[in-house]
Design a protein around this ligand. Structure first.
Ligand code: ATP
Ligand code: MG
Length: 338
């Protein structure tokens, strides 16, 4: 990682080791694919919270810029606002020189997405241009008006990756959401979990504490605070709600705003007011995309893959899993006695 990022981590090592609880942070980093499961296990096996935190920092110091950004986003997501603030100075944005934008990804886009907590692309990534374009067309339709764009499809079909990809676009951000995007990983929640998500989001939106010092104490207050913050501070931004399971959860985020959400259930927005657009994602990555991912993983040309690769991808498609599923199957096959 950049010297600036490294120094910043070292400078604040003590505060980080003292305050962070590693488990949720590591979940984010695993899903960003910057931390491996074996590293996570090693850290988890340390006897105390402080030792776990210390080992996580040590492991992080040996990693790249993306890992630093992922850790920073994880801190923001988990409500460690002050610690994230300390690491902000070290964010390796200098590598985003913007000279050579690929697919509309300029330094501006990278900064906006990093600040908004949008997950990075998977390390092994294949494009799904048609679907991305379809989501973007719907987002353009929101055009400053409150409304909903729902990306739906079965588990593991790539909804979250697609939602992140759709906003990775200079023109879309400049035109429709010049005040940025705010990504929230929602998931299945009970009332207290939901309150915590809303509190974290309000904290993120009000980093300078201009509107209130105190966290909202209940769901009603949190909902009102969110609406107020969105309206006053970020009227031209996009709220992205990833992995919504229930419409009552969605209602809590209903801030009369522009919202992009992912869900396995298309009907979650049925009870919501305002314009609604939906983008279906077919179950599983298509066979060709599956083969492309597999080829990237094993570093071979798609055309050179053995016959078994087709069966593996077919099997993964049936159960609607992404490349983790593909890899798991592959490893399983390798481990079978010949
Ligand atoms: N375009 C892609 N290129 C490479 N890998 C991908 C792509 N899209 C998805 N994946 C991988 O497939 C897996 C599932 O993707 P993702 O998390 O986006 O699915 P999802 O539909 O949001 O799942 P869930 O319903 O569980 O939230 C992830 O490991 C992800 O990295
Ligand atoms: Mg998802």
């Amino acid at each position: 990682m950049d010297a600036k990022a490294r120094n910043c981590l070292l400078q604040h090592k003590e505060a980080l080791e003292r305050d962070i609880k590693t488990s949720y942070l590591m979940d984010h980093m695993i899903s960003d694919q910057v931390l491996s499961l074996s590293e996570e296990e090693k850290i988890r096996n340390e006897p105390t919270q402080k030792k776990r935190a210390a080992l996580l920092i040590t492991v992080l110091l040996g990693k790249d810029n993306n890992s630093y950004i992922s850790f920073y986003n994880a801190l923001l997501h988990e409500g460690y606002k002050d610690l994230a603030f300390l690491l902000q100075k070290g964010l390796p944005l200098s590598s985003y020189n913007g000279k050579d934008p690929v697919d509309g990804v300029t330094s501006y886009v990278k900064t906006v997405l990093c600040e908004g907590g949008v997950p990075q692309r998977p390390v092994v990534f294949v494009t799904r241009k048609k679907l991305v374009k379809s989501i973007q067309e719907k987002l353009y339709k929101l055009n400053d008006e409150p409304g909903w764009v729902t990306v739906y499809g079965m588990a593991g079909c790539g909804k979250s990756v697609l939602a992140a990809e759709a906003v990775r676009d200079h023109n879309l951000l400049k035109t429709c959401f010049p005040e940025g995007v705010h990504w929230v990983s929602v998931g299945q929640q009970d009332k207290s979990g939901l309150l915590m998500k809303l509190q974290n989001l309000c904290t993120r939106l009000d980093q300078d504490g201009a509107f209130s010092q105190r966290l909202p104490l209940n769901l009603e207050e949190a909902k009102d605070r969110l609406r107020f913050l969105m309206l006053r501070k970020y009227p031209r931004s996009l709220l992205i709600l990833d992995d919504i399971w229930d419409s009552w959860v969605l209602k809590a985020f209903d801030s009369h705003h522009q919202i992009l959400l992912t869900s396995r259930d298309k009907s979650v927005t049925d009870a919501m007011m305002g314009p609604k657009y939906a983008v279906p994602v077919e179950s599983g990555l298509r066979k060709e995309k599956g083969l492309e991912i597999l080829a990237l993983f094993v570093n071979m040309k798609k055309t050179d893959l053995p016959e078994q690769a087709h069966s593996i991808v077919k099997e993964c498609k049936v159960v609607g899993r992404g490349h983790r599923g593909i890899l798991a199957d592959l490893l399983h096959q390798w481990n079978q006695p010949q």
